[in-house]
Design a protein around this ligand. Structure first.
Ligand SMILES: C[S@@+](CC[C@H](N)C(=O)[O-])C[C@H]1O[C@@H](n2cnc3c(N)ncnc32)[C@H](O)[C@@H]1O
Ligand code: SF4
Length: 342
């Protein structure tokens, strides 16, 4: 069983970000955690929890003690090797916060660095500098985190091969276990605030090769290094609980989402909007996600028409067939391959 917990607070709102997060709602932090704790405590877990992901927003933007009661309740339900990740911002992930959540059982840290280039950090509206990312990683190691991810973003108008090589050099110096490299994506409402790099696909391939050169093996279009079990479960299409405002969860063909207004969530943390997926929707999602990652796609998830087209791609060497599954050797082509198959 897998759990996602959403923390909708951030010290400042980045101009590119469409995640459910607010920088002006800290006055209701206490009420939010009361509702969140109530929601979690109302759940009877009938299977051991194998992964937890605390995301946001910025989980490190709130006092670490807010997580105490949640972990007290979850602890007896955790599998012995439960992977527990928390996202954090380098600005707020100080040693005290890191030591506290490590003591609660969090064993994987995911830091949003975005860049090590001061100009790019400014362009992205980040409130920390590169030095602060190094300090946060150093503190995470002092707090005994052995599994550390750092997020970067590429595809901004400032990115060049030289700039990306510097990002890779800095990442290499950090001695971490995992890197997420996200291509900048902009919802229409953000596209006037920030701009893209035109040569993105070439730079993407360059960045992927450079990350692999320093030993981070790509296992999903944006993910490299020591596999995150929580993410793998999403891509496999496993069910997961989603707790908190904005949090999405799934059971079978039902996908539910918490309120996207913090006061509504606080008033009733159990109220969810529900989307019913068809069996075909779920299969299409598995195909799409499988092509983007090492998970691959079961041939049983393909329609006869898709199977025929997949065979053409297998013959051309663009897909690899093994044990009743197909695998995509170039994740950057996943969207095109998916479109071709469907
Ligand atoms: C919830 S945030 C991580 C933690 C923390 N809030 C932070 O930003 O430091 C998850 C990650 O999504 C990525 N991200 C956010 N908005 C994005 C966008 N528009 N395009 C691509 N990646 C994005 C960033 O790399 C970010 O670190
Ligand atoms: S990127 Fe992270 S810090 Fe910036 S607004 Fe989004 S969730 Fe908050």
């Amino acid at each position: 069983m897998h759990i996602y917990i959403h923390i909708p607070f951030c010290e400042s709102k980045c101009p590119y970000c469409a995640f459910g997060s607010h920088s002006d709602q800290f006055s209701i932090t206490k009420q939010y955690f009361k509702a969140l704790t109530k929601e979690i405590k109302a759940t009877n877990f009938n299977k051991k929890i194998s992964t937890i992901f605390i995301g946001g927003g910025t989980p490190s933007s709130v006092d670490a003690r807010f997580y105490d009661e949640i972990f007290e309740y979850l602890r007896p339900n955790l599998s012995y090797d439960c992977e527990i990740t928390s996202e954090a911002n380098p600005n707020s992930a100080n040693l005290k916060w890191l030591e506290h959540i490590r003591a609660l059982g969090v064993n994987r840290l995911s830091l949003g660095a975005q860049s090590f280039d001061e100009k790019k950090l400014k362009f992205l509206g980040r409130i920390h500098n590169a030095k602060r990312v190094f300090k946060a990683v150093e503190d995470a190691k002092i707090a005994k985190f052995e599994n550390i991810n750092v997020d970067i973003m590429y595809g901004t108008k400032l990115d060049t091969k030289a700039l990306l090589l510097n990002e890779v050099k800095a990442l290499n110096e950090l001695k971490i276990t995992h890197i997420s490299a996200y291509s900048l994506m902009l919802e229409s409402e953000f596209s006037t605030k920030i701009s893209y790099q035109k040569d993105s696909p070439i730079l993407a391939q360059f960045l992927i090769n450079s990350l692999q050169d320093i030993g981070f093996k790509q296992y999903e279009i944006s993910n490299f290094g020591q596999i995150c079990q929580h993410n793998l479960s999403y891509w496999r299409g496993d069910d997961y609980y989603g707790f908190g405002a904005y949090a999405v969860g799934t059971t079978g063909l039902k996908r539910y989402k918490g309120a996207t207004n913090l006061n509504s969530y606080i008033n009733n943390p159990f109220k969810k909007s529900i989307e019913e997926l068809s069996y075909e929707d779920k299969m299409a999602e598995r195909v799409f996600l499988g092509l983007r990652s090492i998970i691959g796609v079961s041939l049983d998830d393909l329609t006869p028409n898709m199977l025929q087209k997949a065979q053409i791609l297998i013959n051309e060497g663009k897909l690899i067939a093994k044990n009743n599954r197909i695998y995509n050797p170039n994740f950057l082509l996943s969207d095109e391959i998916y479109l071709y198959l469907s």
